[in-house]
Ligand binder design. Structure first.
Ligand code: NDP
Length: 251
């Protein structure tokens, strides 16, 4: 049975991917930040007749990443076959308004967190001579829109870093893919937009963001979960998968 680790499996896309992959015969390890959420994840899997193991992880904490990967090595007998770097954070707001602390939190989670987890699983994949890394990027990694600066900056950087990694390990047998969803109906989207400061200076951009989301009718998280499965099951996975947006939106 092929083992796959999904970070941020307590909600939205990560949860849908964890449950979906477990239903398709993968050994799934989903990560959670609290024991309460970990228990909810394993219970949700059990309710649907499948097994998902939960491991505690905060990707912004290097020690937590090391502990999680050590635990995952034990559960998988040496290391996972695949890692899906899905955990993410969105902080919206205008360039002039977002605090440095918020900007740092976004980059720590969406960029450095992904790099940390990837570096920690690569040695066991290299030893095995195969493996899959799937990075949850975004259409925001391709186009830049108002009020989305730090989130977009992190995803643009993730795209670049992943392209570099793919080239560096091309001969290793490890395949690396990026998934670039458009608007997906998860707490990140609903709560993220709701959290955007309706700052008078940017009221117009704020309203435009809301109108764009309404017009584009977000897909459900299962659509992305299916794409994760495609990236894991294709003999030669694509470098990039778009979900819920047209390629013409890309720069
Ligand atoms: P959710 O907010 O529903 O889920 C985010 C997940 O990441 C949660 O499980 C959350 O854990 C976890 N997480 C957040 N911070 C950390 C951290 N420091 N360490 C470990 N786990 C963490 O969002 P989505 O499902 O929408 O997002 C999943 C991914 O998809 C993200 O990378 C996002 O950028 C990307 N994406 C989402 C889109 C959308 O429209 N929704 C569009 C394009 C890309 P907890 O439950 O503890 O908060």
């Amino acid at each position: 049975m092929r083992s796959v680790v999904i970070t941020g499996a307590t909600s939205g896309i990560g949860k849908a991917a964890a449950l979906g992959l477990a239903a398709h015969g993968f050994q799934v390890i989903g990560t959670a930040r609290t024991t309460e959420k970990a228990d909810k994840l394993t219970a949700a899997a059990a309710e649907s007749g499948h097994r998902v193991r939960a491991v505690l992880l905060d990707v912004t904490d290097p020690g937590s990443c090391q502990d999680a990967v050590a635990e995952i090595a034990e559960l998988t007998g040496g290391g996972p076959w695949a890692l899906v770097n899905n955990a993410g954070l969105a902080v919206g707001g205008a360039f002039e308004d977002v605090s440095e602390a918020d900007a740092r939190a976004v980059l720590e989670t969406n960029l450095l967190g992904v790099a940390r987890m990837t570096r920690l699983v690569l040695p066991s994949m290299r030893r095995r001579g195969e493996g899959r890394i799937v990075q949850m990027s975004s259409v925001a990694g391709l186009i830049a829109t108002p009020l989305n600066g730090w989130y977009s900056a992190g995803k643009y950087a993730l795209e670049a870093l992943t392209d570099v990694l793919r080239r560096e390990i091309a001969a290793s047998g490890i395949r690396v893919s990026l998934i670039e969803p458009g608007f997906i109906d998860t707490p990140m989207l609903s709560e993220g937009i709701a959290r955007l400061p309706a700052h008078t200076r940017y009221a117009e951009a704020y309203e435009a963001a809301g109108r764009l989301i309404a017009r584009r009718r977000p897909l459900g998280p299962d659509a992305v979960a299916r794409t994760v499965r495609r990236a894991l099951t294709a003999p030669n996975p694509r470098r990039r998968y778009s979900v819920g947006h047209e390629a013409r939106m890309a720069r």
